[in-house]
Design a binder for this molecule. Sequence first.
Ligand code: SAM
Length: 233
Amino acid sequence: MRFDIVTVFPEIFAGALEAGIIRRARQAGLVEIRTVNLRDFATSRHRSVDDRPYGGGEGMVLTPGPLFAAVEHCRGAEPAASSSVILLTPQGETWNQNLALQASRLGHVVLICGRYEGVDQRVIDTLVDKEISIGDYVLSGGEFAALVVVDTVIRLLPGALGNAESSVNESFSAGGLDYPQYTRPAEFRGMVVPDVLLSGDHARIREWRRAKALEKTRSRRPDLVPGDAGCVR
Ligand SMILES: C[S@@+](CC[C@H](N)C(=O)[O-])C[C@H]1O[C@@H](n2cnc3c(N)ncnc32)[C@H](O)[C@@H]1O
């Protein structure tokens, strides 16, 4: 799989793409990630990529020229249909595990990081395949949202996690939220690990985890419990 991230701040990505699971997945050849500096596609003398909004108002808007040129560069000779262009925007569909799973099956994803007041509408109308938000709040730019998309998708690529079961059993993939986790020591400042987890009885442990996961999901996210009122799936 390949990600191209179009941004005016490629330096934001340097550390994040070189650590942990993302780094391992890149080294293993599971994913290729390129940052593409939008300013490289500016044609003005000052490498400007934004301008004032028509009709007046605050702030600046990313102009269409450099964005079209950057995406065309990312696509190269490949047909437009073989890549998917995602714009990060607070106005998009809210990102979730299911969308991450769908994205993990794509071959080439171009992520456009907005800045300032956003991007010219003609980019959205003709270049963008999908608009994605990572939540109901406003970031200064799409870069952190792009990192959220990249990280959640890479976890789902076959072979990206050490244990193939990890992404299957965690929150949202298995339906609801994950069960509580404990590790050594068995007693810490008077707080003890539940006996069942020390019992070695794997059937009882499985049942305890299932019950705890359901209890937590019911209390925190009833919308995720199948059969419960308000479940969205
Ligand atoms: C300051 S925001 C622009 C907000 C825009 N004027 C609005 O009210 O919808 C600048 C950029 O940050 C990114 N951004 C902000 N919040 C986001 C969110 N919740 N999810 C994804 N991207 C976001 C987008 O790329 C956006 O173009």
